[in-house]
Write a protein that binds this ligand. Structure first.
Ligand code: HXC
Length: 519
């Protein structure tokens, strides 16, 4: 490189070029983006990464399109900012689509930039965060744009289960573009900012005559509560990006590493409060979160899918500083029954934890799979099978505790010993049985009850007898189906010890191309 005046010219040219591409030289665009209540792609990346750590790749990339006036169209950095930086000191790759440049639309070069960071993240064994804010396939670039998506989707699949992939939707995400987020591990959305749909409101109106806003069709509320597409919902971009950082703190960089262990939380003595969580009255509801809070390190529970299928609870937490996944039935909703949505929620989460070496703690209080035509005709058989498949297939340490009810198929599905739990325990009031005492007696003692001069009295007596004989934890304990009947106060310390004991466990499943997960 020359020195003297020529050098100054070269550096001046570099700065000029960069200025036009970065936010500093694009005042009007930035003002429009802010007026829409959104940050720019570069502001988002600055917020995501440790201060000053982001290294941009491909700032000077330009599109090569020549149709529909594109030869005259300047699209800074081809509408996507790509690179890497650190989050709490750990390397993470990322891209953020730039809506200010032709609506963040994806053309040939835009896709190539994304594919480049996907390849780098996979080779380096680092997480990838994708910030989506785009009108979808760049219409001017036609099939080149579609081919670009195909390459991205293929890499999403290749990276699945190897490095964590997080999709953050901070604007529109329309058409086939939704399938890259759908192929990642976690999807984040922000109320009033994020929208995802296969076909927009105009097409829905034309084809079906339904009039819907973008929010009603595919807003954050819809995807976090009804469709289950969104794992984390936030009220603004800053909170959302902070949550992305938090989640990364629970995940290993890749499938060959362990999740980051914090210094063990001090003490693991009895947690007296756990004795008072389950109500004395049979069938009274309570909040399983109280059990989770009594078991995990303080304030460490990061709930996943909090708004969807609320009859199950799943989330990440720490126990003695070690990250793990927690799965639980939630007796406050549908009495904690397993249905189609909660089966999918649990199965998906179990597989995510298994892929990234997160041990699993399962807390059981369920009367079974939800009965009814909606469920049967909706395919509860194949959806419910996903829970069995996911638990049986998972090779991470698995420990389960029956807190109250564990009936029938749901007992088996919720990580029973037979299905593969390394350790299982039950609280003293647990009822582990093929079905609840009442329905059981109505079947096996139907004739005796009908013949009795006092049928209700007979039913009550037989139910009590059944409960005494079968539906308590000592029958399961006597047969070795649970390893311990625990004072609830000792659950935290028991889980910590059993997980410590199982942490180096090794399992070698039989060689095969892949199993055939019921889909
Ligand atoms: C090219 C696009 C574009 C696109 C938006 N723009 N989407 N350019 N291709 N897909 C441009 C607009 O022309 C405009 O350019 C600028 O981006 C901002 O867009 P606006 O419409 O002014 O913004 P807004 O009113 O906020 O509306 C945003 C929007 C809307 C809801 C996303 O633009 C829209 O509906 N776009 C089309 C969405 C869509 O149907 N995409 C699916 C494409 S098919 P100027 O020059 O005015 O600044 C697809 C299939 C992928 O994605 C298949 C993969 C397998």
């Amino acid at each position: 490189m020359p020195t003297g005046p020529e050098a100054r010219d070269l550096l001046a040219e570099l700065r000029d070029r960069e200025r036009g591409l970065r936010d500093e030289g694009r005042g009007q665009d930035v003002a429009r983006q802010h007026a829409a209540g959104k940050r720019t792609a570069r502001e988002r990346l600055a917020e995501l990464f440790d201060p000053g750590s982001f290294v941009e790749l491909g700032l000077h990339v330009r599109h090569r399109a020549r149709d529909f006036g594109m030869e005259r169209r300047d699209v800074p950095a081809d509408a996507v900012v790509t690179g890497f930086g650190t989050v709490d000191g750990r390397t993470v790759y990322a891209y953020a689509q730039d809506f200010m440049a032709l609506g963040g639309s994806l053309g040939e070069m835009h896709a190539r930039k994304i594919v480049r960071v996907q390849d780098l993240a996979l080779e380096a064994g680092c997480p990838l965060v994708a910030i989506n804010d785009s009108g979808g396939a760049r219409i001017h670039e036609g099939i080149d744009a579609l081919d670009g998506y195909a390459h991205i989707f293929r890499r999403n699949v290749l990276a699945s289960g190897v490095v964590p992939q997080l999709a953050v939707i901070l604007g529109p995400c329309a058409g086939g573009a939704v399938y890259s987020p759908a192929l990642t591990d976690f999807v984040f959305m922000v109320s009033g900012v994020s929208q995802m749909y296969i076909t927009g409101p105009d097409v829905v109106r034309a084809v079906l005559g339904e009039s819907l806003t973008h929010e009603e069709l595919g807003g954050a509320a819809v995807h976090s509560a009804r469709s289950g597409v969104c794992h984390f919902l936030d009220t603004d971009e800053a909170r959302c990006l902070e949550r992305v950082r938090t989640l990364l703190g629970y995940l290993p960089a890749n499938n060959l590493e362990d999740p980051p262990q914090l210094d063990p939380a001090p003490g693991c003595g009895p947690v007296e409060a756990l004795r008072a969580v389950v109500p004395a009255e049979a069938n009274r509801q309570y909040d399983m979160r109280q059990v989770i809070d009594g078991i995990l390190d303080p304030d460490s529970f990061l709930e996943v899918h909090a708004g969807w299928a609320q009859n199950a609870l799943v989330g990440l937490g720490r126990l003695g500083g070690r990250p793990m996944g927690v799965v639980a039935n939630q007796p406050r909703m549908l009495a904690g029954c397993l249905d189609i949505a909660s089966s999918e929620k649990i199965a998906r989460f179990v597989r995510t934890c298994d892929a990234f070496n997160l041990p699993l703690v399962t807390l059981v209080d369920t009367p079974g799979y939800l009965p009814g035509t909606d469920q049967e005709h909706g395919g509860i058989i194949r959806h419910g099978a996903k829970v069995l498949y996911a638990y049986a297939e998972a090779t991470v340490p698995k420990v389960s505790v029956v807190v109250r009810k564990a009936y029938g198929g749901a007992y088996i599905a919720m990580c029973s010993r037979g299905l593969g739990a390394d350790f299982a325990a039950a609280w003293p009031g647990a009822e582990i049985a093929v079905m609840g005492p009442e329905p059981a007696c109505n079947i096996i003692f139907r004739r005796e009850i009908a013949a009795d001069s006092d049928p209700e009295g007979a039913r009550a007596r037989l139910v009590a007898e059944y409960r005494e004989t079968f539906a308590h934890p000592y029958v399961a304990a006597a047969r070795g189906y649970v390893d311990a009947v625990l004072d609830p106060a000792d659950t935290r310390s028991w889980l910590r010890r059993t997980l410590d004991a199982a942490v180096h466990k090794r399992q070698d499943p039989p060689a095969r191309k892949h199993g055939n997960l019921p889909l």
